[in-house]
Design a protein around this ligand. Structure first.
Ligand code: SER
Length: 419
């Protein structure tokens, strides 16, 4: 199945279960003071969960553009280094607003994964909330009992608040969740070590693919939990991970979602992409990381600009500018590219997503122009900044506070300077 087909199957499946299919909200959270960017499928639907607004239907499904680069959900540091975290990603979701609850959510997620996508049942594990004494929350017996109908008991694992209690941010709707993990290791590796031990253990091949949140509470500003007026369901499936699992690819970047972008970088830089990762390959290459970072950041920047957030020196615009600069730093330093590159990749991206996010294709000339200007100006800054760094001779000297801040400003996120 191509990624387009995989996305379509998800939406068709939930349409067949009487869900209304809605388009993705813009990735910039303009009307939510608690968020800078939409960080999950449920974020734009928050007011429906809180009972502040009426949803267009009590059952909804969609694919939502998300960005996880700030606040409670920030994956930036992992991007490029592993094969399954991204800044911008799509979250497939089905939602119940005071309609169905755990039973149907669990049944349908199992049906979709095993019957439509045909993921092997013996490579799946699920988790349920173990409860939390401090918050006064019990073990999720109901979810456990539902899962028992579909999967062997020893594949149902209990985890605490960190893994199995989902919160949007410091405040807002939240609740216990049940995750589905898929073991994508080779047959031999699966025989040698039980996948159960690798769930939630940062194994690059045993990964969470879908989260089913049972929204029951609202976290108040003072930290207390209020019961929500109606019990709801919020599910989020990482589309790029799902594509990896369905296509049997060895990482998200080896799916048809990323190949055109990585392929472009290979031919433009004349460097071969070899698909290595620091956590698994002793001989990993920095050029592989750089290609993944540039491809990832291009997506983040392009979709955000198309949704109305221009790179700037404040707020969300500043975050976008820094992400773009981070990508430039990577291609400049590790792919030896001295001229703008990302603006050339933007039309490839726009074409690839023309069926689902047409807003990029319809504004592609504008987005290309903005990215090109940003790249040109940062490449100039980078050249002169690197000369200044050389002059500072950091091996033998220290820098004072003022110089340190200037460097920070020039080079973006300092902790992400590649080793
Ligand atoms: N809100 C949950 C998440 O982001 C499920 O959609 O994981």
């Amino acid at each position: 199945m191509t990624s387009r087909e995989i996305r379509r199957q998800f939406l068709d499946f939930f349409a067949s279960k009487e869900h209304k299919i809605i388009p993705s909200a813009p990735i910039v959270a303009k009307s939510d003071p608690t968020l800078m960017f939409i960080n999950s499928g449920m974020a734009p639907l928050k007011d429906y969960f809180l009972g502040n607004q009426q949803p267009p239907s009590r059952r909804i499904a969609d694919t939502q553009k998300c960005l996880r680069v700030t606040g409670k959900h920030n994956d930036l540091e992992d991007v490029g280094r592993d094969g399954y975290h991204h800044t911008m990603f799509e979250m497939l979701g089905n939602w119940s607003f005071g309609d169905y609850f755990k039973k149907e959510a669990i049944r349908w997620s199992w049906e979709l994964l095993t019957e439509v996508y045909k993921l092997p049942k013996d490579q799946l594990y699920v988790s349920v909330f173990a409860g939390d004494e401090k918050e006064g929350l019990p073990f999720d017996q109901e979810a456990f009992d539902e899962w028992k109908k579909y999967i062997a008991e020893d594949r149902i694992l209990a985890f605490g608040k960190k893994e199995n209690f989902w919160e949007m941010g410091e405040q807002g709707p939240c609740g216990p969740c049940s995750e589905i993990h898929v073991d994508l290791r080779s047959e031999a590796e699966r025989q040698a070590k039980d996948g159960k031990q690798l769930v939630n253990a940062d194994d690059p091949n045993v990964i969470e693919v879908w989260n089913n949140v049972f929204m029951q509470f609202n976290r108040r500003a003072d930290g207390r939990l209020d019961e929500l007026p109606a019990k709801s369901v919020d599910t989020g499936m990482g589309f790029e991970r799902l594509c990896r699992a369905v296509q049997g690819a060895s990482s998200n970047y080896d799916t048809d979602l990323w190949k055109p972008l990585i392929g472009f970088l290979e031919s433009f830089s004349e460097i071969k992409y070899t698909g290595t990762y620091p956590e698994v390959d002793a001989n990993w290459s920095m050029t592989d990381i750089a290609m993944r970072v540039v491809a990832d950041h291009l997506r983040a920047v392009s979709f955000t600009i198309a949704d109305g957030e221009l790179p700037s020196n404040t707020g969300a615009g500043y975050v976008i500018r820094r992400i773009l600069r981070r990508a430039v730093r990577y291609y400049y330093s590790f792919l030896n590219l001295r001229e703008p590159v990302m603006y050339r990749m933007c039309p490839i991206l726009a074409e690839e997503f023309s069926d689902v996010f047409p807003e990029l294709k319809s504004q592609v000339d504008f987005v290309v122009k903005v990215i090109l200007e940003e790249e040109k100006s940062f490449l100039r800054t980078l050249e002169s900044g690197l000369k200044r760094i050389d002059a500072l001779d950091l091996v033998n000297n220290t820098v004072d506070g003022k110089q340190a801040f200037e460097l920070y400003d020039t080079f973006g996120f300092p902790s992400t300077l590649p080793a």
